[in-house]
Design a protein. Structure first.
Length: 52
């Protein structure tokens, strides 16, 4: 998962939004996640903290 701070989607590679959608078309991703849907993070916010 990456945080993408732009209003346009990345143009290189294959990316899926973390909105609970199916990832059955990506068997390697299903293997890593252990389920057939990506997580749903639509209701979450990202907080970045600098640790020194």
């Amino acid at each position: 998962m990456i945080i993408w701070p732009a209003d346009k989607d990345p143009t290189e590679g294959t990316w899926l939004l973390c909105n609970g959608q199916s990832c059955i078309a990506y068997p390697e991703l299903v293997k890593v996640l252990g389920k057939i849907n990506v997580p749903n993070y639509q209701e979450y916010s990202c907080v970045v903290m600098e640790v020194r």
